[in-house]
Design a protein around this ligand. Structure first.
Ligand SMILES: N[C@@H](CCC(=O)N[C@@H](CS)C(=O)NCC(=O)O)C(=O)O
Length: 206
C-alpha cells in the first residue's frame, strides 16, 4: 500500500502511529508529498481530489482518505487489540475523541498555512485568534473531561490527541499551553515515550 506522506503533517503522523502500534508499518510504502492549497501536489490530486495527505492507495489502485478512514481500514488488517473499539458506544466515544484531536490539528494547520503562505499584509488577526481559541477550548475540555479515558489502553482517540498536542509544539501554536492543562501535559509526556511516537517525530520538510 502506498501512503502519500509528509513528516510535517500531524494527520499523516496519526496514520503512522497507528501503523506502528498495529505492526503494519512495513506494509506501507511512503511516497513523499509536498502539499498546500496554493501549490497542489498533482500526484496526490490524482488519487484524492482534495489534495490532502494522508492518502492511501491500495494494491488494486483504490484510494482511501481521510486519516480517519485510513485508520479504520488499517485497523481491520491486524490481529491485535482493535484501536477502534467494536461496541457502539465505545466506538462513538473513541471517534468523538478523534474528532477533538482532529479539530486541534485542523485549526493548527490553518494557522500554519496563514502564517507561512498568506502575504503578511493580507493576514487577518481575528481569524488567527479564533483558530487559536479553538485549540485552547479543546485543550480545556481534554483536561476537564477526557483524562480518565486517555489513561485507558491506547486507541484511535488517544493517538489523535497525542499527535495534535505534538503539533502544537512543532508549530509553536500556543507557547505555554502546558501550564494551562498540566494533567494533560503529563499524559502527553508519557504517551510521547511510546515507540510509535518516537519513530514518527514531526520534522520540517527540507
Ligand atoms: N481531514 C483530513 C485533513 C488532512 C489535512 O488537512 N492534511 C493537510 C496536511 S497536514 C493537507 O493535506 N493540506 C493540503 C491542502 O489543504 O491543500 C484528514 O483527516 O486526513
Amino acid at each position: 500500500m502506498k501512503l502519500y506522506h509528509s513528516t510535517a503533517s500531524p494527520f499523516v503522523r496519526k496514520v503512522m502511529v497507528l501503523a506502528y502500534e498495529t505492526g503494519l508499518v512495513d506494509r506501507l510504502e511512503l511516497v513523499s508529498a509536498v502539499v498546500s492549497p496554493v501549490a497542489r501536489d498533482a500526484s496526490v490530486v490524482a488519487h484524492n481530489p482534495t489534495g490532502h495527505i494522508p492518502t492511501l492507495v491500495l494494491e488494486d489502485g483504490t484510494a482511501l482518505y481521510d486519516s480517519g478512514v485510513i485508520c479504520q481500514y488499517l485497523d481491520t488488517l491486524h490481529d491485535g487489540p482493535p484501536l477502534l473499539p467494536a461496541g457502539p458506544l465505545d466506538r462513538a466515544r473513541a471517534l468523538c475523541l478523534q474528532a477533538l484531536g482532529d479539530g486541534i490539528m485542523n485549526a493548527g494547520v490553518l494557522i500554519r498555512f496563514e502564517n507561512a503562505l498568506r502575504p503578511s499584509e493580507l493576514r487577518w488577526q481575528a481569524w488567527l485568534d479564533g483558530q487559536s481559541s479553538k485549540i485552547q477550548s479543546s485543550l480545556d475540555v481534554l483536561e476537564s473531561d477526557w483524562l480518565a479515558y486517555l489513561e485507558q489502553p491506547v486507541d484511535i482517540g488517544a493517538i489523535t490527541v497525542a499527535c495534535a498536542l505534538s503539533y502544537i509544539d512543532f508549530r509553536e501554536l500556543r507557547p505555554g499551553w502546558r501550564e494551562t492543562v498540566p494533567s494533560l501535559a503529563d499524559w502527553h509526556a508519557r504517551f510521547a515515550q511510546r515507540r510509535s511516537m518516537q519513530q514518527t517525530q514531526l520534522r520540517a520538510i527540507s
